[in-house]
Ligand binder design. Structure first.
Ligand code: F6R
Length: 594
């Protein structure tokens, strides 16, 4: 995954500082290289290199470039190492066309060979470089930039959001997309394009969402969008209600800790979706089966959904990893609701599965990013109200997803008690956050650990999986989440003297059995950290350390609250290890490749 932006200003001011500001906001989409291209004095100016944004800026002074329009890119390498040559923008041989691209061109090798046969010479190992060469070739054949781009997308296969500029047709940016996100912003001082809204929140709130195959042409006077037959499309303009501050750190050291601290608000705001969710339930009507499809953290939220819906509403519910969906999706029918959970709404695996599910079943997206692909392709949409999440590790979007699922399950089952209990969740979360300093101190005790286990039963099992995922993705320590009762079927062999085992043990029906599992690991030397109810004396006597949660948090709503200390532990252990929790290596916020 990468991030792209483009901007053309109405006046003749320098665009580079704005482009740099916008692309910096997309660093969560890729952080192995950055590049900008602007146009001035009849030529394209490019500055790019591998490295983090601030490092490259320090050496190249990226805001010092001439011209009032341009494009920019942050890269998360897929084809070719992170290097200056592989960084975007890419150009044709004569530097007449510059392109930024997010996605993957699957047939680039064939195209490259053909172009080499025609005399083109390439500099990088990327799939993207074929695009400026194709555009230049089609422009040389007499097409304008728009039609050269149109012809290019007729040749390339795969996923892309592309923005191109050309010296032969200056003062315009041409952009298009297929299966990668692209938004167009109408600002007061100019016109913008971006992979994601945090990039342009400061400059433009009125947004157009181009559909697959549509081409947007941005110039000083405005934006036009053409369909594949060259007809002008009257696009709806949607206004984003996120503020620019929401995408800033606001005094916190990292986005992740800021977002952990925003979780009570995320839950409170998502609870306002109750009426919308009731309407969806009414419209969907009779259901024989529900099938959740998701990846990563969203998959863990889905698992909680299975436990809730089956036990409260009695509707058989499956949970399928989106990347595995195509291998098991042939039993869906029109009485199945397929629910896609995704914070980004752009995950390629989920989108592929959504296209399949749409053929047979009703589909519902539970998504945080307004206007993202899932929101446009699913039959029904619940928008989680977490606000922009910039840290790569999902935190507040996870509790917002859970909140939507809880509302959905409680309304489906007309469970008034659960609906009332949900109102208390924000306060319970804030109480956990008051223990921040204590959890920070506690985390220092685990600096020695190379492996962690997380155990939970029933509703707490997905919490164990999510706690382990948070730890491994940002601290690079191996973490395994297990159903507490499953440990004795094999993994118990791995429990050794001093191995940290985090046991999620809220009060409720599963308490006793989880306690037996805690004792199993303790007697084998594990260093047990229990997350349990305040005042639980028996836990105090057995665990090596405890993080106490309000005893009024019932087992059924525990997933919404007990995850918070696990996120904090992962965060503080990561800081102890000296890693950046916002930008874990090899990962990106939105995974637009399969
Ligand atoms: C982990 C994380 C990932 C995502 C996964 C799906 O913190 O963020 O595991 O949950 O890549 O992404 P979405 O929810 O955008 O579909």
């Amino acid at each position: 995954m990468c991030g792209i932006v483009g901007c053309i200003l109405k006046e003749d001011d320098d665009v580079a500082p704005i482009l740099f500001d916008c692309i910096s906001k997309l660093e969560y989409r890729g952080y192995d290289s950055i590049g900008l291209a602007t146009f001035d004095g009849g030529k394209i100016h490019i500055k790019k290199d591998k490295g983090k944004i601030e490092e490259v800026d320090k050496s190249l002074n990226l805001t010092d470039m001439p011209g009032n329009f341009g494009i920019a890119h942050v890269r998360w390498a897929t084809h070719g190492d992170p290097s200056k040559l592989n960084s975007h923008p890419h150009v044709d041989e004569e530097n007449t066309v510059a392109v930024v691209h997010n996605g993957i061109i699957e047939n680039y090798l064939e195209i490259k060979e053909e172009l080499i046969g025609e005399g083109h010479r390439f500099k990088s190992e990327t799939d993207t470089e074929v695009i400026p060469h194709l555009i230049q070739k089609f422009m040389d054949e007499g097409n304008d930039l728009e039609h050269a781009v149109r012809k290019t997308i007729g040749v390339i296969e795969g996923a892309y959001a592309i923005a191109a500029i050309s010296v032969n047709e200056p003062d315009k940016i041409v952009a298009t997309r297929k299966d990668s996100p692209l938004i167009i912003g109408l600002g007061e001082n100019g016109y913008y394009l971006a992979s994601d809204s945090p990039a342009i929140l400061k400059y433009a709130k009125d947004i157009i969402y181009p559909e697959k195959g549509e081409i947007a042409i941005l110039d000083k006077t405005g934006v036009v969008v053409h369909d594949e037959f060259d007809n002008a499309v009257n696009k709806e303009i949607e206004t984003i209600n996120w503020t620019p501050e929401m995408a800033e750190k606001e005094g916190y050291e990292h986005f992740m800790i800021k977002e952990i601290n925003e979780q009570a608000t995320a839950v409170r705001n998502t609870l306002t979706q109750r009426e919308n969710i009731q309407n969806i339930i009414d419209e969907v009507g009779d259901l024989q089966r529900i099938c959740f499809v998701a990846c990563g953290t969203s998959y863990h939220a889905s698992l909680t959904g299975k436990y809730l819906i089956e036990s409260l509403a009695g509707i058989p519910t499956d949970v399928i990893l989106a990347s595995e969906f195509k291998y098991s999706a042939n039993t869906l029918n029109d009485k199945t609701l397929v629910v896609f959970i995704s914070q980004s709404g752009e995950t390629a695996d989920s989108l592929k599965a959504l296209d399949v599910a749409n053929k047979t079943s009703k589909t519902l997206g539970i998504v945080n990013v307004a206007g993202s692909a899932i929101t446009r392709r699913a039959d029904y949409v619940i928008q989680t109200q977490a606000g922009p999440e910039i840290g790569v590790a999902a935190t507040k979007t996870y509790v917002a997803q859970l909140t939507s699922i809880y509302l959905f399950a409680a309304l489906l089952a007309s469970d008034e008690e659960l609906l009332n209990d949900l109102d208390n969740v924000p306060d319970f979360i804030d109480e956990v956050l008051l223990q921040n300093d204590l959890i920070e101190e506690l985390s220092k005790r685990y600096n020695y650990a190379r492996d962690f286990f997380y155990l939970g039963r029933g509703y707490s099992y997905p919490t164990a999986l999510e706690g382990a995922l948070k730890l491994k993705e940002i601290s690079y320590i191996h973490g395994e989440g297990y159903a507490a009762g499953e440990l004795k079927h094999g993994p118990l062999a791995l429990i050794d003297e001093g191995i940290p085992v985090v046991v999620i043990i809220p009060p409720g029906d599963n308490y006793r059995k989880t306690m037996s599992n805690l004792e199993e690991v303790k007697s084998r030397g594990a260093n047990v950290l229990a997350i349990g109810a305040e005042g639980d004396e028996s836990l105090e006597s057995k665990a090596n350390a405890i993080i106490s949660i309000n005893p009024d948090v019932k087992e059924i709503i525990a997933p919404l609250v007990y995850i918070v200390p696990l996120q904090l532990i992962a965060y503080y252990i990561t800081l102890e290890k000296g890693h950046d929790p916002d930008k874990p290596k090899n990962l990106a916020k939105c995974v637009t490749v399969e």
